[in-house]
Structures are given as C-alpha cells and as structure tokens.
Design a protein around this ligand. Structure first.
Ligand SMILES: [Cu+2]
Length: 101
C-alpha cells in the first residue's frame, strides 16, 4: 500500500512539471519556440525574451503587450477557445500558433 502512495505522489509531481513546461514559450533568434502549443481555456502562457533586444506579443483583437527587454517575461492568459496566431509587432516574421481547448 505504501508503495502505491509513493508512486502516486511521484506521478502527480511528474505530470505537474510537464504541464508547466508546456506553458513556457521562449522568444529567441526572432522566433517563438515552440512554434505551436496546446493549452486549456483559462491557462496562461509565459513568454520569455531570450534575445538581446526587445520583443512583445499580440493577437489581433485580443491583446497587445508592452515591449519587454532581454530576460523579461510576459504572462498571458487565454480566455477564449480557438486557434490563435501570436505575433510580435517589432519583428513581423515572428509568429506562433496557440490552440486553446
Ligand atoms: Cu520580436
């Protein structure tokens, strides 16, 4: 019985860690990595600027963040279900796809 409890705790921690990784996006080399993620409605993504210059994020008609310098984060909650293109005003070629279930 004790073994099962330990295993259950381990699985819970592992699943939680995986979910957190799934909600992290890096802006590096004028690109979003990963370029596509799937999250649940009401969840937030954390965008980290890993370049040496400014980035920001926006989705047409939904949000338009402030500009952020190197090593700064943007936390953005997605309240509507659907598929969205996240982009950066400063670098028009930067784009990623977020699926919200
Ligand atoms: Cu940018």
């Amino acid at each position: 019985m004790k073994t099962y409890l330990v295993l259950a705790c381990f699985l819970t921690v592992a699943l939680t860690a995986h979910a957190a990784d799934n909600r992290r996006v890096v802006q590096k080399g004028r690109a979003f990595r990963p370029a596509e993620v799937t999250i649940m409605r009401g969840e937030a993504l954390t965008f980290t600027n890993d370049d040496s210059f400014i980035h920001q994020i926006y989705v047409d008609g939904q949000f338009d963040s402030e500009e952020k310098g190197p090593d700064e984060n943007i936390n953005q909650t997605f309240l509507r279900a659907g598929t969205f293109q996240v982009r950066c005003h400063i670098h028009p070629t930067m784009k990623m796809t977020v699926h919200v279930r």
